[in-house]
Design a protein around this ligand. Structure first.
Ligand code: ADP
Length: 295
């Protein structure tokens, strides 16, 4: 959309408008009337909704944090960086509740280059010498405020703490941006496999990102929703929250089993013909609190 005819004149009209409509309603109407493109509408609504989200809603849970122990060697941590593709590794003492620093891959490069130049210190440098101070935030912190704090402190990673000061999760600037623009993949993310991979016998490995129309085309299962466009979104809508690994859904004679999921999304599912063909939702662990720890 060019600036003259599109978004900016629309925004000035929107914020100047005193017609009693909420801003969100006005944005949705504008998209229906063709004044805004669908992706612009989604971004604007996401920005407005940021203020209602807490760090807990978007963080990586503590069980998924790739971290290292303070007594690990630099080379052990380097291996973790290479294996995970993450450039910052939280360092803990005794257990994950006690994060004492963050090791940056960039800082490790100095050691590597000294080693290459034959300048390596004796005894070898320890993690403690290289790690930086962690930035802690309560898991209940408002996401919009966190963006401002990232800007003012010039850090892009925070460790979220629960009410007992234990580690609850990790959040980075990328997680915040994803709340506005949708998923971002960087150079180190694994290449995206096919969304629907046949496994034989009418069984499929289905990514949570699969568009419902692609599922219909590739597996013949037609799902409809006014709210969501993807398989992960569909299952989350059914469950009323992000389903957990192992949960099973029976839909139109098919069975979805959640194979991988994190706090934010369903990553993969196994789709197979449903022998029982029950048109119900089976949530084996409904009693579990979504905040339950699994470590
Ligand atoms: P990186 O490129 O180092 O992974 P980003 O800020 O681009 O860092 O984050 C990409 C995703 O990886 C985000 O969802 C973030 O929460 C997650 N992430 C970053 N560092 C870690 C880590 N040490 N352990 C687990 N997840 C992490």
């Amino acid at each position: 959309m060019d600036e003259e005819s599109g978004l900016w004149p629309f925004l000035s009209r929107l914020f100047g408008a005193k017609n009693g409509h909420t801003i969100e309603k006005r944005i949705e109407e504008a998209a229906q009337e063709g004044e805004l493109k669908a992706d612009e509408m989604v971004m604007l609504l996401n920005v407005l909704r940021l203020g209602r989200k807490q760090v807990f809603d978007i963080m990586i849970p503590r069980t998924d944090i790739v971290c290292a122990e303070i007594d690990d060697t630099l080379s052990e941590v380097m291996q973790k960086i290479v294996a995970s593709g993450h450039s910052r590794i939280p360092i803990y003492k005794e257990n994950r509740d006690n994060i004492v620093g963050i090791l940056y891959a960039k800082d490790l490069l100095k050691v590597l280059s000294d080693e290459a130049d034959g300048l390596c210190a004796e005894p070898p440098p320890t993690l403690q010498e290289f790690m930086r101070e962690p930035f802690f935030v309560p898991e209940t912190k408002n996401v919009k405020e966190l963006i401002q704090e990232f800007r003012s402190r010039k850090v892009h990673l925070a460790i979220a703490l629960d009410e007992y000061a234990g580690t609850s999760g990790l959040v980075t600037l990328e997680d915040l941006l994803e709340e506005i623009v949708g998923e971002i993949e960087d150079e180190y993310d694994a290449p995206r496999p096919e969304d629907v991979q046949p496994l034989g016998d009418r069984r499929y490995l289905v990514s949570g990102r699969t568009m419902l129309e692609d599922l219909a085309r590739d597996a013949g299962l037609e799902l409809e929703s006014e709210q969501v466009e993807t398989v992960g979104g569909y299952l989350s809508e059914l469950a009323g929250r992000v389903p957990r690994q192992g949960e099973v859904f029976h839909v139109q004679g098919w069975r979805f089993e959640v194979k991988e999921a994190d706090a934010k999304q369903v990553r993969t599912t196994i789709l197979s013909p449903d022998d029982g063909a029950a048109a119900i939702l089976s949530l084996p662990r409904l009693a579990d609190s979504p905040r339950q720890r699994n470590d």
